[in-house]
Write a protein that binds this ligand. Structure first.
Ligand code: FE2
Ligand code: FE2
Length: 254
């Protein structure tokens, strides 16, 4: 069964992006910012999983969720401490480097997690895919971090937990839904795909909107500016003599 796998190998897509990840993580300032952001993601994820422990009626899941939440809070602290240590040796620049967040995300997708109203099986399927995605990303990040052994050690330690999270969620999903756990996984996969598409579409809409506005600015505005200038040139300067009686009307200017 899938849950028997001790480690997750990075996906082909993450492996393909290895040179990009290497470049993104090579800059110390960028590394600090990313570690701080990862710390927030892990802590927020831990908070949501803590809520999942509150709402589930399954005692075993409650215990596992609590341990999981504690792990995620600890990951948040590990990332934050590493960012602080890096900041001490390399103070932040006033002009921050390009972050490339959409290239090197935290990997979890736990920010999409909505705990209330979810069944145990849907929650486990969602968590399994999120942890699998995190394990894949963190494997690549650990491998590209050879130039920074302490940060590499942080990823190594967290990766160990993410692999455990990935495996226990699948084992528990097979326990609570022995016959339909694959269907739940597919549904969760489609839901993640749909959310990824929405994020991509929103990003593309933003880019297209900016392009259209720029084109409008350079193509539509110049003729109006030219017409306005021509009208201004024809305008008589100074006071204009108005013929007697022409200014008596109250509903026009002249
Ligand atoms: Fe984590
Ligand atoms: Fe995790």
């Amino acid at each position: 069964m899938d849950s028997a796998r001790p480690h997750e190998r990075p996906t082909a897509f993450d492996r393909m992006l290895t040179p990009v990840h290497r470049w993104v993580w090579s800059d110390t300032e960028r590394r600090v910012q990313k570690l701080l952001r990862f710390s927030e993601t892990e802590t927020d994820g831990g908070r949501d999983i803590l809520r999942a422990a509150e709402v589930t009626s399954d005692p075993l899941l409650r215990r596992l969720y609590l341990e999981h939440a504690i792990d995620e809070f600890r990951h948040g602290v590990l990332f934050r401490h590493r960012a602080a240590a890096l900041l001490k040796v390399s103070p932040s620049r006033s002009n921050p480097a390009f972050q490339g967040d959409w290239l090197t995300s935290g990997g979890h997708g736990l920010d999409d997690l909505q705990v209330d109203g979810e069944s145990d099986s849907d929650m486990l399927a969602f968590l399994h895919l999120s942890e699998k995605s995190a394990a894949s990303r963190f494997t690549v990040y650990r491998d590209v971090m050879r130039h920074d052994p302490p940060t590499r050690a942080v990823f190594e330690e967290i990766l160990h937990d993410e692999t455990f999270h990935m495996n226990y969620t699948l084992t528990q999903l097979a326990r609570v839904e022995p016959k339909r756990h694959r269907r739940h996984l597919w549904r969760a996969r489609l839901s993640r795909l749909w959310k990824a598409y929405l994020r991509l579409a929103t990003g593309l809409a933003g880019i297209l909107g900016s392009m259209l506005l720029t084109i409008q600015y350079f193509v539509l505005l110049p003729p109006f500016a030219w017409l306005a200038k021509r009208a201004a040139r024809r305008e008589l300067s100074g006071w204009t003599i108005v013929s007697p009686g022409a200014s008596e009307s109250l509903d026009r200017q002249y």
